[in-house]
Design a protein around this ligand. Structure first.
Ligand code: PPE
Length: 309
């Protein structure tokens, strides 16, 4: 299929998809010692545009800090590699997955002098939570698995190992017939989704958990906060949302690079608002897609146009 012709940038070389492999004793495979990003490029009338590349790249480097990991490439080198992967794969838009991880040398929890490997792949990716999710919303459940605390594993670093928690929560939801989970933190308050941040709308005001709630500092979360405030909404961006408040919310929605802006219509079969995409959610979702698909000139600083670099 079309993926077979994909080029992946791996440790300095442009590599064919099937040759982009690692040794089975790679440290990151055994111990979850990788950091990664999820970034979207959108098809615009000026060609593919990567959305908020600078912020994603900054977070990638920041994510290495708790792990004493050194990415052996500059920001400029990773940027050029990403642009070139998009060009070589002839992508109009799509999903970009940079990853840096402790590679193969010797095993043992300590990465000691294992090399840090870096790879960047990109592929077409549709709607994260299902074709009609953006319009009709998704049914979710509150997972029995709690988010680990940021004092246990830094949740503001996007670390591969964190995603066992996300998988446990998300798969529990899907096994029970829901599309996705909402994950509470160890205090029992709302943290986020397995791969998304979460927003609540109540009486025309927006609330989203703050970093103290053990969440990832989402870039789409930041985008939606900005778009909401530009439209006159009051946004509490360091909210503590109790589990009970989910039931009485007027609207709920997920945000993420993959999830974009996805309405939540039921939580544990409790209908949220009217059980459809809420009006504030729709307004911000429309503003988001008008922005990323460049039907507006706003926030040019958030776009890296592949054909113009
Ligand atoms: C735990 C978590 N919380 C919030 C977000 C939203 O962050 P941002 O993309 O900066 O708005 C993501 C992104 N999840 C990425 C990986 C998804 C996956 O399936 O893997 C993504 O959306 O690309 C998370 O993984």
């Amino acid at each position: 299929d079309e993926m077979d012709v994909s080029t992946i940038w791996m440790s300095g070389e442009y590599t064919d998809w099937e040759d982009a492999t690692v040794h089975v004793l790679t440290h990151g495979l055994h111990y979850g010692t990788g950091v990664f990003e999820g970034v979207r490029a959108y098809d615009t009338d000026r060609g593919p545009a990567i959305f908020r590349w600078e912020e994603h790249l900054e977070r990638l480097y920041n994510s290495t800090k708790p792990y004493d990991m050194e990415i052996p490439y500059t920001r400029e080198e990773l940027t050029e590699a990403t642009l070139e992967v998009i060009r070589r794969n002839d992508l109009d838009g799509g999903y970009i997955r940079p990853i840096a991880f402790y590679g193969y040398d010797s095993l043992g929890v300590s990465p000691k002098d294992n090399p840090t490997e870096v790879a960047i792949a990109a592929w077409p990716w549709g709607t994260y939570l299902g074709e009609d999710a953006l319009e009709n919303g998704v049914d979710v459940m509150v997972s029995s698995w709690r988010k680990h605390a940021s004092s246990q594993i830094p949740t503001n670093a996007k670390t591969t190992g964190l995603y066992v928690n996300s998988m446990l929560a998300g798969e529990e939801a899907r096994r029970n017939g829901y599309v996705e989970a909402i994950v509470l933190n160890k205090e029992g308050n709302v943290a986020e989704g397995p791969g998304e941040n979460i927003f609540m709308v109540r009486d025309g005001k927006l609330y989203t958990p703050g970093l103290s709630q053990s969440i990832l500092d989402g870039i789409t979360r930041d985008t939606v906060i900005t778009l909401a405030r530009e439209r006159g909404y009051e946004v509490d961006d360091s909210a503590t949302i109790s589990r009970g408040e989910l039931n009485t919310a007027d609207e709920l929605f997920f945000t993420g690079s993959a999830a974009e802006v996805t309405p939540i219509r039921k939580v544990d079969n409790v209908v949220i608002g009217e059980g459809t995409r809420g009006p504030v959610t729709e307004e911000l979702q429309t503003a988001f897609f008008d922005l990323v698909e460049r039907r507006t000139d706003d926030h040019e600083e958030w776009f890296t146009y592949v054909d113009e670099q």
